[in-house]
Design a protein around this ligand. Structure first.
Ligand code: NAD
Length: 287
């Protein structure tokens, strides 16, 4: 008889749409099983219209918490009793923890990115980062990097809808941390070259490089990529984007977005269970 699910099993949900493609249920359930923890993680197709009731159900059903993805990350903040400092700055959450009916919202994408650097023995504390993009993933990374002690962050975004809101957001993050954060137009190619030249790491935090923009890269000049520059991409499908391929050819250390994905899941797992996810075992199993 299966003893994996019992009358005491605590439920964790994933509220997003579309959601059936997500690997988070396998990642979290495998980690619960490996550590012998009496939890179960299930995905629920939840859009903005269903979100208030779904969050209320965390309290009603005494669930341990939830993960959130598109399109719920920002709206969910309105239903939290508390927000972590990073979530407050981001104005978005991807993890909810229920402590006896009190809901706290966290954002673990940035923690996931920073822990993926640590796992690869890359230390950027006190250094400069250049990041392409100022959307959700980029903002989470910028906030955590600034909170962790990265000295300067040069953000490059196209003059699209994200640019105007990013101007205010970056000023807010700078005011709350000791980090010097500058937002530039991605079209300023000379400025981009100058900032990369003094950076320890270059991060692509846009969807350029994955479908439907697979094969494309915002950086095409190999001269910008010196061999001691770390080049990271938040994309994990494909596992090597055009940017990472170019960077590898220049001798740079490269990282795809898989470490960030596992890291954000591991950080949420720790918040629910107070245990470390066996990341390396889970990675081997899923990828
Ligand atoms: P978003 O919609 O919030 O932001 C999109 C960003 O990409 C903006 O900065 C926008 O200006 C930029 N952009 C889009 N098209 C562009 C183009 N043609 N040229 C230049 N810039 C362009 O999206 P997001 O949630 O921040 O996701 C961005 C990427 O990060 C996606 O590929 C997503 O899959 C990935 N992501 C990965 C993880 C992970 O765990 N590895 C987590 C979250 C997101």
């Amino acid at each position: 008889m299966s003893e994996r699910i019992t009358g005491h099993t605590q439920l964790v949900g994933l509220f997003a749409t579309p959601i059936r493609h997500s690997i988070s249920p396998q990642m979290q359930n495998e980690a619960f099983a490996r550590l012998g923890l009496d939890y179960a993680y299930l995905a629920f197709e939840v859009g903005k219209a269903e979100l208030p009731a779904a969050i209320q159900s965390i309290k009603t059903l005494e669930m341990r918490g939830a993960n959130l993805s598109m399109p719920n990350k920002q709206l969910a903040c309105d239903y939290m009793d508390h927000l972590s400092p990073a979530a407050k700055l981001a104005g978005a959450i991807n993890t909810i923890v229920n402590d006896d009916g009190v809901l706290t919202g966290h954002i673990t994408d940035g923690t996931g990115f920073m822990s993926s650097l640590q796992m690869n023995r890359i230390d950027i504390i006190g250094e400069q980062m250049t990041i392409l993009g100022a959307g959700g993933a980029a903002t989470a990374i910028i906030i955590q990097a600034a909170l962790d002690g990265v000295k300067k962050i040069s953000v490059f975004n196209a003059k699209d809808g994200f640019f105007a809101s990013a101007t205010e957001k970056m000023a807010e993050i700078q005011a709350e941390t000791n980090c010097d954060i500058q937002l530039h137009d991605l079209a300023e190619v000379e400025k981009l070259a100058k900032e990369i030249a003094t950076s320890a790491i270059l991060v692509n935090a846009t969807g350029v490089g994955m479908k439907p923009l697979e094969g494309q890269s915002l950086i095409t000049d190999p001269e910008l990529l010196r061999s001691d520059l770390v080049v990271a991409d938040v994309i994990y499908t494909p596992s090597e984007t055009a940017l990472l391929k170019l960077a590898k050819e220049q001798g740079c250390q490269t990282l795809n977005g898989l470490g960030m994905l596992l890291g954000q899941g591991a950080a949420a797992f720790k918040l629910w269970t107070d245990q470390e996810m066996p990341i390396e075992e889970i990675k081997e199993l899923l990828f």
